[in-house]
Design a protein around this ligand. Structure first.
Ligand SMILES: Cc1ncc(COP(=O)(O)O)c(C=O)c1O
Length: 424
């Protein structure tokens, strides 16, 4: 049964990452509850993705819902230029307290891509303000993904990313391999010796390159990047839009490496997945490079809906939920469930790897999978799983029950065709 609104609107909605001529119709969702999507025909699907990795506490959490109801009655939105409101100021202080070291100055925006663009702009202007000329490029990494806007496309993986069509349109950045050992650190050091004077910042997703393939690297890689950035006078930006807020088992991935970047970008789970909000949080050193009697030295940026009070209220409520620390046990439980449930897939034909890290579980195939067909098969099995490239992966809410986790991993085992004692 297709609802009327879907029939009437289908010709007018341009859907994301979608060949509109051939794509299957989307599934109509009418409500969410916990870790479940409720479809128009009444079916419930266990959500394996937490809506693109955002809904870390599950959907419709009563504490976040209450905070939103309270805020919407009082003040859904005001401009942030020249005005201040408690939800944003409280949130900025809480983020500064939560983030390690000197990451103390939050600039708010509405989406992850825009936060990355702001971080890039901060880095470029940091050098301009500091009198360093010619640092107009960024160093980023193969396998990386930082967004779909024009500037962020330039720092994504140039071939494997979704943006190769646009190569040549925007300035070419310096794209390298992540340093994983002494030899590759030395190679990156040599590259920076040659080109470091052109580089404003190194940009990396710490520990997990998400949309580029859920590729893992260790904390030593991040420490190497910190060493190299310092040695070559380059800023270091961590894009924690995916990894932030517990997904990898620590509050922020950087904490596993015991180092801090000069700027960190946050979004996705910042509001517990309820409203769009992002932040580029700068260190005091970066922030102070923008202080002057000269207005030209200021950061000239201000998205219309920046620091939206509703979104900030949701983020504060989400941070309340993190406060008792129970999430650590939940992430560990989900991680164990993913490992147990997905491990049998390793022996399936076409599978080249199974990896689990924090609340992220991945089955990687040797070739890209048929996304639309698989989504439909998964939905028939009562789960919402949308593969990506060569991956079938799960990034469920931390609150997903063991029973729902088992449904998710069993559906994947069935699809890859592994016989296992767990399969029934
Ligand atoms: C690491 C990372 N950076 C940036 C983005 C872009 O965020 P948005 O889709 O909110 O623009 C994403 C989105 O998946 C991401 O995973």
């Amino acid at each position: 049964m297709t609802p009327d609104w879907l029939k009437d609107g289908a010709a007018h909605v341009w859907r994301p990452y979608c060949q509109m001529q051939t794509a299957r119709p989307p599934l109509p969702v009418v409500a969410t509850r916990g870790s479940r999507l409720i479809l128009a025909d009444g079916r419930e699907l266990v959500d394996g993705l937490a809506s693109w990795w955002t809904a870390c506490h599950g959907y419709n959490h009563p504490h976040i819902a209450a905070a939103l109801r309270d805020q919407i009655e009082r003040m859904p939105h005001v401009m942030f230029g020249g005005l201040a409101h408690e939800p944003a100021y409280r949130l900025a202080k809480r983020l500064a307290d939560l983030l390690p070291g000197a990451l103390n100055h939050a600039f708010f925006a509405e989406s992850g891509s825009v936060a990355v663009e702001i971080a890039m702009k901060m880095a470029l202007q940091f050098h301009i303000n500091s009198g360093a000329k010619g640092r107009t490029r960024f160093l980023s990494f193969r396998g990386g993904y930082h967004g779909d806007t024009l500037a962020t496309m330039t720092v994504c993986d140039p071939e494997e990313g979704m943006h190769s069509l646009f190569s040549g349109v925007m300035p070419a950045q310096v794209i390298a391999d992540l340093p994983r050992d002494a030899a590759s650190e030395a190679a990156l050091d040599a590259l920076l010796t040659e080109r470091g004077h052109q580089i404003a910042a190194i940009l990396v997703e710490p520990l997990v390159q998400g949309a580029g393939g859920m590729l893992l690297h260790g904390p030593e890689t991040l420490r190497a990047l910190r060493r190299l950035a310092d040695a070559h006078g380059v800023l270091l930006i961590f894009d924690e839009i995916f990894t932030g807020f517990g997904r990898t088992g620590t509050m922020f991935a950087m904490q596993a490496a015991g180092i801090e970047p000069d700027i960190v970008t946050l979004s996705k789970a910042l509001t517990g997945g309820t409203l769009p909000l992002s932040a580029a949080v700068a260190s005091t050193r970066v922030f102070e490079a923008f202080l002057s009697d000269d207005p030209e030295v200021a950061l000239m940026h201000g998205p219309t809906f920046m620091a939206n009070p509703l979104a900030c209220a949701a983020a504060n409520a989400s941070l309340d939920l993190f406060e008792d620390g129970a999430w650590r046990g939940e992430v560990a439980r989900v991680s164990a469930g993913l490992a147990q449930g997905l491990e049998p897939c390793r022996s399936a034909p076409g599978v080249v790897d199974v990896r689990v890290f924090g609340a992220i579980g991945v089955v990687e195939f040797e070739a890209p999978v048929a996304v639309g067909d698989l989504c439909a098969r998964f939905a028939e099995m009562g789960v919402w799983i949308r593969p990506m490239g060569k991956l079938i992966y799960l990034t469920p809410a931390f609150t997903t029950s063991d029973a729902d986790l088992a449904l998710l991993t069993r559906a994947i085992r069935k699809v890859v065709g592994v016989g296992s004692p767990l399969a029934d």
